[in-house]
Design a protein around this ligand. Structure first.
Ligand code: ATP
Ligand code: MG
Length: 250
């Protein structure tokens, strides 16, 4: 990786940009991904670049959903692959989940590049290449998923997903965990569990909770799932953003 001085006050953010740039160079991240990264950074800045308590509770609820699921799937796009490939593999292992590449601007070539990249990080099986099923209500290319992957899943983790697709997946009756730094984004708003946090912090956090909760009785997991307050989590994040904006202007 590139030389970013660790004592730089914006170390994490610089590192993130470099990973996204490298992702573009490697053909796994789209140029649209650069724009998404910029939007995310602005929100993270206001959040104080830390996991707020409500986001931690969301991560725990997400872990409980994954452990209770019959067929959990982690959806991976170009930004996710560039930023947290190892953490995706770790979470899949901790929860016995499938990994599926699912792109907004789908090209066969990019799906292959991302799958190869994930295998470099230890993924044994990566779905998304068969694309033999459709999410109802979406236009052709954007609707494509694997029948034995996202199409069949009961619980899906869709980090940095676009609003339309998040909505369409919800309408299929799936339990949706969304990781997104913007609590006002449609993806976050339609999620069963919105985790308003940077994926760099959120994904390892979900994996940590999953390891911590593995072996817990189903009643315990169900209690965590039922006790989660999605509206409260969205409100808390929004409040934090507004406080952040005030903090920065003082
Ligand atoms: P909407 O959901 O309102 O329809 P959108 O999905 O079209 O908006 P995009 O720019 O495509 O908007 O989505 C990018 C989203 O990903 C933004 O909400 C941004 O905050 C979020 N994001 C970008 N980088 C990260 C990151 N590292 N961690 C978490 N979220 C991120
Ligand atoms: Mg969105």
């Amino acid at each position: 990786e590139v030389d970013v001085p660790e004592d730089h006050p914006r170390y994490q953010s610089l590192l993130t940009r470099h990973r996204i740039e490298a992702g573009v160079e490697k053909g796994i991240t789209s140029t649209q991904g650069l724009i998404a990264e910029g939007r995310g950074e602005a929100f993270d800045y206001l959040l104080g670049e830390e996991t707020i308590p409500s986001a931690d509770r969301a991560a725990r609820a997400a872990a409980a959903h994954f452990l209770l699921a019959e067929h959990p799937v982690i959806s991976v796009n170009g930004n996710v692959a560039a930023l947290v490939p190892g953490e995706v593999v770790e979470l899949a292992e901790a929860t016995d989940a499938d990994i599926e590449v699912n792109l907004f601007g789908r090209t066969e070539e990019r799906v292959r590049a991302i799958a190869a990249h994930l295998r470099e990080y230890g993924a044994s099986e990566v779905k998304g290449l068969t694309a033999d099923a459709r999410i109802p209500g979406l236009s052709h290319e954007r609707a494509k998923v694997d029948r034995d992957g996202i199409y069949d899943a009961d619980v899906v983790l869709v980090p940095l997903e676009d609003g339309d697709r998040a909505e369409a997946l919800g309408e299929m009756g799936k339990t949706e965990v969304v990781i997104d730094l913007n609590p006002l984004s449609r993806s976050a708003r339609v999620a069963t569990v919105p985790i308003i946090d940077n994926i760099l912090r959120a994904l390892p956090n979900v994996a940590r909770h999953a390891r911590d909760l593995s072996g817990s009785p189903r009643e315990t997991l169900t209690e965590i799932v039922e006790g989660f307050d999605r509206e409260g989590a969205l409100d808390a994040a929004e409040r934090r953003l507004r406080e952040g904006a005030t903090r920065e202007s003082e």
